[in-house]
Design a protein around this ligand. Structure first.
Ligand SMILES: NC(=O)c1ccc[n+]([C@@H]2O[C@H](COP(=O)([O-])OP(=O)(O)OC[C@H]3O[C@@H](n4cnc5c(N)ncnc54)[C@H](OP(=O)(O)O)[C@@H]3O)[C@@H](O)[C@H]2O)c1
Length: 336
């Protein structure tokens, strides 16, 4: 029997919060790469928060889900790739993706887990590095507050601020995540925003010297709490606002006047504008990982059919580190 491709597509626009019913699975023959193309056997798919925003647009349904993937070259009609090579690029939530060879980047499996190409050594890592280092510009003895601090981007953003000598506090959604960022990642403190109480008071208690840099992945209440404790000339890096992605408006920021009082600089950030730095960043991050100077968690679910629930779970915080889905066997996975 000829092997078939399977794909998860967007089948319905969410009426409120996304549900697994918004997705559907379909089967097809495995496509043949044309001249210049490569057929990739996907191993890992990425679950990214911005997909939730993509689900709301009004392009016709059903439609494929564009996603970063890392996989093995199955067939190649591009001079740079041979069967068995590992590569990452923009594919789809499917078992096999055909990609232009020119859009793929080779991955050396000797450097570390191949999944790292789309997590800590990839675009989420670049986001954390450039947004924290170039936009936030942390200095020794400054206090840095990071929201979604146990996630793919936040967990690294906090570590890059620590490397600059700052005191780093994370906002997270559970005690287990607070434990993770403090004990495993070396943050100086953490606030569980689901613990009850007034968030700005909890943040003030964790940041007694006020906040010099706020790295925002959340918006809403978290942004309001950070403003409430902002120091003079604080820098706010606006990286994402996940509290408002899943069909519910985030609570409004009612204290924007504090940005006037503290003379806060707020800078929006888009990693797509810094893509050209990825090769340099990937090499640097590999060195930091090898030297044990940064730590990184991946939170991997198995099987293509698990992708919709894995994505929705991440939106609601059931991940520690980067949420990925493994859809084919990873031959480089070391036992233990
Ligand atoms: N600007 C860019 O170029 C760029 C690039 C990549 C990512 N981003 C943004 O960066 C942010 C993090 O992305 P990621 O891929 O690293 O995802 P992630 O942090 O690994 O996962 C999302 C996390 O958001 C938290 N969250 C969800 N709803 C929340 C709420 N209402 N209040 C507080 N926290 C909430 C959850 O953790 P808790 O358990 O802590 O709630 C969840 O684990 C997102 O806003 C994303 O859009 C921006």
């Amino acid at each position: 029997l000829k092997p078939r491709n399977r794909e998860v597509v967007l089948a319905a626009r969410p009426a409120g919060p996304a549900t697994v019913d918004c997705f559907a699975e379909r089967a097809s023959d495995i496509a043949e790469p044309a001249d210049g193309e490569v057929l990739l056997r996907n191993v890992y798919l990425s679950c990214d928060p911005h997909l939730r925003q993509e689900m709301d647009n009004d392009r016709p349904l059903p439609r494929p889900i564009s996603s970063r993937v890392v996989g093995l070259v199955e067939r190649s009609r591009h001079a740079d790739f041979l069967p068995g090579d590992v590569a990452w690029g923009q594919g789809r939530w499917e078992l096999f993706s055909v990609c232009p060879g020119s859009s793929l980047t080779k991955v050396d499996p000797a450097i570390g887990p191949i999944s790292h190409a789309i997590s800590v050594r990839g675009m989420p890592g670049l986001t954390a590095y450039v947004a924290m280092t170039d936009v936030g510009r942390p200095a020794a003895d400054e206090t840095v507050l990071v929201s979604a601090a146990a996630g793919a981007v936040g967990s690294l953003a906090g570590q890059f601020a620590k490397m600059a000598g700052a005191r780093v506090v994370g906002i997270v959604g559970s005690d287990a995540k607070a434990d993770h960022v403090v004990r495993r990642l070396g943050f100086d403190g953490a606030v569980n925003y689901r613990a009850g109480g007034v968030l700005s008071e909890a943040v003030r208690a964790a940041c007694p010297a006020g906040v010099d840099i706020y790295f925002d992945c959340v918006g809403g209440d978290a942004l309001e709490a950070a403003l409430a404790v902002s120091n003079l000339h604080a820098r706010f890096v606006l990286c994402g606002m996940i509290a408002s992605y899943d069909g519910q408006p985030a609570a409004g920021v009612r204290n924007l006047m504090q940005a006037v009082t503290s003379a806060v600089t707020m800078t929006g950030f888009r990693v797509s504008m810094h893509r050209h730095r990825l090769p340099w960043y990937a090499t640097m991050a590999a060195g930091l990982l090898a030297a044990g100077r940064i730590r990184y968690a991946e939170d991997i679910r198995d099987g293509l059919a698990a992708a919709p629930a894995a994505f929705i779970g991440m939106l609601h915080g059931d991940n520690i580190g980067k949420r990925l889905v493994r859809v084919n066997e990873d031959p480089y996975l070391r036992n233990g």
